[in-house]
Design a protein around this ligand. Structure first.
Ligand SMILES: Cc1ncc(COP(=O)(O)O)c(C=O)c1O
Length: 459
């Protein structure tokens, strides 16, 4: 694991001046803010409306792990009561501590009060709350484009101006970002957030190089904005040589900028442990994470304790090494699927589409070579269903929706024979589009040929 040690005297950027007006209005939750005091020895608490676990209808939760040993992890007695009970809004303390240790081991963040973690019901919830911390409705927001629609759709509802920053083979393009920010009109409020998916981007499957990350970090300092690093696919990286993997923004910030505090890093257990457990983790500057927690304590009280305790039990059993080994196996699984999809695409889509082989994650991003003016949305929604092929049209990933000829194909669940058949069906859609185009142009040529005659008759 690569790690960068923080200098003891590291400078810490305070993000508070970038906070939105709306987040200042959240007060501490009247009940939640008193709960930490219950831990004071001798305290009798009449505060919380916590249910008495004696009334819960469960005596044990046991989970048996896949693998040759068939290890079973059991929650009972006090551990079970804890798992079924309310917990602090930032997350279960044991789970948080475990994850903070992981961040130190993987990203090299040092022991400091300047950063912390909180847990959410999936990373998407945390991203949504973090946007509330740094933006007011209507503010401009910068998005690496193509962009994950789960984020652009809620931003659109709040009337944000969605500023597209282009991305290429090496991830987000720092030159485009610099162009946008250096030509930003004087009178307009400047964007405070850049949202990016740096590893195995959804939808492109591409990963951002360390060089690009360093340039983006420098621009964040120069133009005073926060980087929202949504790294849901970080552990599904297909590059086996660790030294060739780009370090995270979180890991690089100190080295590049000589200070920390502009990176909000979002991670998810969805792609590596279970999506149904709904566990996401935010790592970021303490004042900003505390604001996210304030929203949680007012809106949904806390993330699920039950799934946090289950995950913690599993992680303690694995240790950090076991966790990393598990993720490496998951990455290997998807790498094989990626290779299989790439082979199917080679067989059927040569000359009909172009693509780059994904470097991480679950997605192929293809540009269909369609007749001019044909759109993948129209093609997939009209002809795709008839031909029994579903994929997401490129338009969904363009924050300011417009016609596109790309599609996103997810290979995570599809069997090898179905991948072959899927690529064959996509090829047929492209061929049919050209056939229709030729038929239409033949018709219009025929019509052209008829016009003078008709005109002669009418004249
Ligand atoms: C880029 C990206 N971010 C966030 C999410 C949401 O993840 P979670 O299940 O942790 O909410 C997804 C889910 O597909 C994703 O692709």
């Amino acid at each position: 694991m690569e790690s960068v040690a923080y200098e003891p005297e590291a400078l810490v950027f305070d993000p508070s001046p970038l906070f939105s007006r709306r987040v200042q209005r959240w007060e501490p939750g009247a009940i939640r803010s008193l709960l930490p005091l219950e831990g004071i020895p001798g305290m009798i608490s009449l505060v919380a409306g916590k249910p008495n676990p004696d009334t819960f209808p469960f005596s044990k939760i046991s989970i048996t792990l896949n693998g040759p040993e068939e290890k079973t992890l059991v929650l009972e007695d006090a551990a079970l009561s804890e798992a079924l009970q309310y917990a602090p809004p930032a997350g279960h303390p044991g789970f948080l501590k475990w994850f903070q240790g992981l961040q130190q081991a993987v990203h090299g963040v040092g022991n400091s009060d300047s950063w912390t973690c909180c847990v959410g019901n999936g990373s998407q919830e945390l991203i949504h709350k973090a946007f509330q911390v740094f933006t007011d409705p209507g503010d401009p927001v910068m998005l690496e484009t193509p962009a994950y629609p789960g984020v652009s759709s809620f931003l659109r509802v709040d009337g944000h101006e969605l500023v597209e920053i282009s991305s290429g083979m090496e991830g987000i393009d720092p030159s485009d970002l610099e162009r946008v920010l250096s030509t930003w009109p004087e009178h307009r409020r400047r964007p405070t957030v850049l949202y990016t998916v740096p590893t195995g981007s959804n939808p492109t499957g591409r990963s951002c190089s360390e060089t690009n990350k360093a340039r983006i970090l420098a621009l964040a300092k120069r133009f005073n904005f926060m980087i929202f690093e949504d790294d849901a696919y970080y552990y599904l990286n297909f590059e086996e040589d660790q030294s060739k993997r780009a370090r995270s923004y979180l890991a690089l910030e100190q080295e590049v900028n000589g200070e920390t505090g502009r990176v909000m890093r979002f991670e998810s257990l969805s792609k590596i442990v279970s999506s149904g457990m709904r566990l996401g983790i935010l790592t970021g500057p303490t004042p900003a994470v505390q604001k996210v927690v304030k929203i949680t304590e007012n809106v949904n009280l806390q993330p699920s304790t039950t799934t946090q305790v289950l995950a913690l039990t599993l992680f303690r059993h694995w240790g950090y090494t076991g966790f990393i080994e598990h993720c490496a196996k998951a990455a290997q699984f998807y790498r094989r699927k990626r290779d299989c999809f790439a082979a199917a695409a080679e067989r059927h889509l040569q000359g009909r589409a172009t693509w780059q082989v994904p470097t991480a994650g679950m997605f192929f991003w293809m540009k269909l070579l369609l007749p001019p003016g044909t759109d993948s949305f129209e093609l997939l929604s009209k002809k795709g269903i008839d031909n029994k092929i579903l994929a997401i049209p490129g338009m969904a990933f363009l924050p300011n929706a417009r016609k596109a000829c790309q599609l996103r194909a997810s290979y995570s669940l599809v069997s090898d024979p179905d991948m072959d058949e899927a690529c064959r069906r996509i090829a047929k859609l492209v061929d049919d589009a050209w056939r229709d185009e030729f038929a239409n142009s033949a018709k219009s040529e025929a019509a052209q040929a008829v016009v003078p005659t008709t005109m002669k008759i009418t004249a």
